[in-house]
Design a protein around this ligand. Structure first.
Ligand code: BES
Ligand code: MN
Ligand code: ZN
Length: 501
């Protein structure tokens, strides 16, 4: 998708489709309070073109509600699309992100290849963040998961333009626009990885894709396999990998900005299970196909690293993705086995389906060994987290309030929803083992927290955040602004967290 930032007069822009935002200005409540939609532009010609239909009363400017006009009088554009932001008093930059996605997803299936989105002219929302969000939202909307359909028409929107008011601070908007392109493309890179089925994206191929990206954007990279796992004594990671014919991949990406030789080193650790069958504790057949997305945490880290390499924050970042399949096999680990992790801690395997925490345990230890002073991990870790928070919020945990506060701040910019869940001594009790140091499951209750407690054993005293994205990595029901399929969740929040250092 080509992208452009324009400061031209809206009514003079020649395009297939001009999208303009609208909001509902009605503040009264009650049964007689009719919506009062207004167009969020100062352009008199655009307003005039939409006046009759807005006065008509059918269009309410609800969030992502669309209305299309053909041959709008007085405009150079062939079509005028109105996209709702909802109540004006509650309008947010994130609403603009979604509205941009909605405009793109409206345009795509109609075979229209270009559109221009007008930014609100009113001082309703900060302009820089709105430009960035609009571009990100456009990329998010443009992604469809139909990679292997033989009737796949290349329906991608070819050209997306953001039209900003002429009196804007151009340099600021241009910078915000460039950021939006990088972030949107990086999030889609993550989604393209997550979308791949297990047979097409083995751990080895995930390693290759990460390495290609790293070479392209100038990151340091290494991809190791079985031998290195043994050399590093990664007994927890290997215990999962040993049951698969596919060799594991230990993916390391490094971002080392010139001249930055002290200060924090941020360690990004991702779960990269390219297929999770459950292993010997085999999952039921229903929905097992979904477990191709069990590498979404690792893919989020790889996508975030892409954005970091291009946006160049002044902080060192190291990324470790532990990629393997979790398969049942003659060589697979068994419930009851005891494994020794890289840190030296012994783990009693109760359920081979609790494999994510095993690979992450060694990933966290390795990131620390490579010098990480602060850790963040992302994983599709537990069904329990989905039960707790649904598909609305992802789970977040931390052993350090100051580090978490930075993440919380990052959410304002990313527009993503994470909800902090508790750790605690009582949860740690649940994973004590009789035969070894800890066991890999903590019983029926509080499964998201006991999984996080397990990881905390390996983060040790290092400030650490754990993101459980099991419920959000895959969009189950398509929305006006995003297709059903991989969401790319966490890429934007991790990036903003990194930038906050
Ligand atoms: N990958 C799954 C978690 C998952 C579930 C992700 C649903 C996405 C959607 C993870 O490896 C797993 O199997 N977890 C088990 C842990 C249990 C055995 C303690 C779970 O949540 O059931
Ligand atoms: Mn599992
Ligand atoms: Zn898993």
């Amino acid at each position: 998708m080509r992208t452009e930032l324009s400061f031209a007069n809206l009514s003079e822009i020649e395009t297939e489709l001009l999208a303009v935002l609208a909001a509902d200005t009605q503040t009264a409540k009650g049964p007689d309070a009719k919506p009062e939609p207004v167009l969020l532009t100062a352009d008199a010609a655009v307003k005039a073109a939409a006046a009759a239909v807005l006065a008509g009363g059918e269009y309410k400017a609800g969030a992502n509600e669309t209305l299309l006009l053909h041959a709008p009088a007085g405009l150079a554009a062939k079509r005028l699309l109105i996209v709702g932001l909802g109540k004006q008093a509650k309008a947010t930059v994130h609403g603009v992100r979604n509205a941009a996605g909605t405009a793109v997803r409206f345009t795509k299936p109609r075979g229209i290849r270009e559109l221009v989105l007008a930014l609100p002219e009113l001082d309703l929302l900060p302009q820089g963040p709105s430009v960035r969000a609009a571009v990100e939202g456009a990329f998010v909307g443009d992604f469809d998961p139909d990679t292997y359909r033989s009737d796949r028409k290349d329906q991608s929107v070819q050209s997306f333009t953001v039209a900003a008011p002429a009196k804007s601070e151009k340099a600021i908007l241009e910078a915000a626009f460039a950021q939006g392109v990088i972030v949107g493309e990086s999030q889609n890179f993550t989604r393209s990885l997550v979308n791949e089925p297990g047979n097409k994206l083995t751990p080895t191929i995930l390693g290759q894709r990460a390495a290609e990206m790293a070479a392209e954007v100038g990151l340091g990279w290494e991809v190791h396999s079985t031998e290195k796992l043994h050399e590093l004594k990664m007994g927890a990671f290997w215990s999962v990998a040993q049951g698969s014919e596919e060799p594991p991949a230990l993916i390391v990406l490094r971002y080392e900005p010139a001249g930055v030789t002290d200060g924090p080193v941020l360690g990004l650790v991702g779960k990269g299970i390219t297929f999770d069958s459950g292993g010997i504790s085999l999952k039921p057949g229903n929905d097992m196909d979904k477990m191709k997305y069990d590498m979404a945490g690792g893919a989020a880290m790889i996508g975030a690293m892409r954005a970091i390499a291009l946006l160049k924050p002044r902080v060192r970042v190291i990324c470790v993705v532990c990629a393997t399949e979790n398969m049942p096999d003659g060589k697979a680990q068994k419930p009851g086995d005891v494994q020794t992790a890289m840190s030296g801690k012994t783990i009693e395997i109760i359920n081979t389906d609790a494999e994510g925490r095993l690979v992450l345990a060694d990933g966290l230890t390795y990131a620390k060994q490579l010098g990480a002073t602060h850790l963040i991990d992302a994983a599709t870790l537990t069904g329990a987290c989905v039960v707790a928070l649904g598909m609305i919020n992802a789970g977040a945990f931390s052993n350090d309030d100051a580090t978490y506060a930075k993440f919380d701040g990052a959410l304002t910019t990313s527009g993503e929803k994470f909800w902090r869940l508790p750790l605690g001594e009582e949860y740690a009790e649940q994973i004590k083992s009789e035969i070894g140091d800890i066991k890999n499951t903590g019983g029926r209750w509080g499964g998201a927290s006991t999984a996080a407690e397990f990881l905390k054993v390996f983060a040790e005293e290092t400030p650490w955040i754990h993101l459980d994205i099991a419920g959000l990595a895959w969009v189950e029901d398509s929305k006006p602004y995003i297709a059903k399929g991989p969401s790319g969740v966490a890429v934007r929040s991790i990036l903003e967290w990194v930038k906050s250092f």
